[in-house]
Design a protein around this ligand. Structure first.
Ligand code: AMP
Length: 122
């Protein structure tokens, strides 16, 4: 799948639509999910044009991958969820119901998150 620069996260990166920013550096932008599914629900996106995790890992320079991973860690710390625990989720492709085709990590926490999947996949 090629990158579609009209996706909503690309628009956020270009400043065309607003977001509630939590953290930003040269590699990543973190902002609150517009439809939170936990008391803490933050999205972290790389600044480069990558569709999904496999695209990012396969195409991005090592410096960008390391910078993005560190940005996820800094966002987790800024969100204050380290002590009580949290979950990182990356939905990739159709089976994972990825809605926005710009790679992103969900950080969810602030409460007991229950089992990993809402229902077992068969
Ligand atoms: P995914 O299914 O992993 O692609 O999740 C996309 C996420 O983006 C969903 O949790 C949406 O609520 C969130 N989202 C969509 N549009 C916006 C927006 N404009 N600002 C913040 N979060 C958004």
């Amino acid at each position: 799948m090629s990158y579609d620069a009209s996706n909503i996260f690309a628009k956020i990166l270009r400043g065309e639509i607003p977001c509630t920013k939590v953290y930003e550096d040269e590699f990543a932008l973190a902002f609150k999910d517009i439809h939170p599914q936990a008391p803490v629900h933050i999205l972290v996106i790389p600044k480069g044009p990558y569709v999904s995790h496999d695209d990012f890992i396969g195409s991005a320079p090592d410096e960008e991958i390391a910078g993005f991973e560190r940005a996820v860690g800094k966002t987790v710390a800024a969100a204050g969820v380290i002590n009580d625990g949290y979950r990182l989720i990356a939905n990739c492709g159709v089976n994972a119901h990825q809605e926005v085709p710009h790679y992103h990590i969900h950080i969810v926490g602030g409460a007991d998150l229950g089992p990993m999947l809402a229902k077992p996949a068969k």
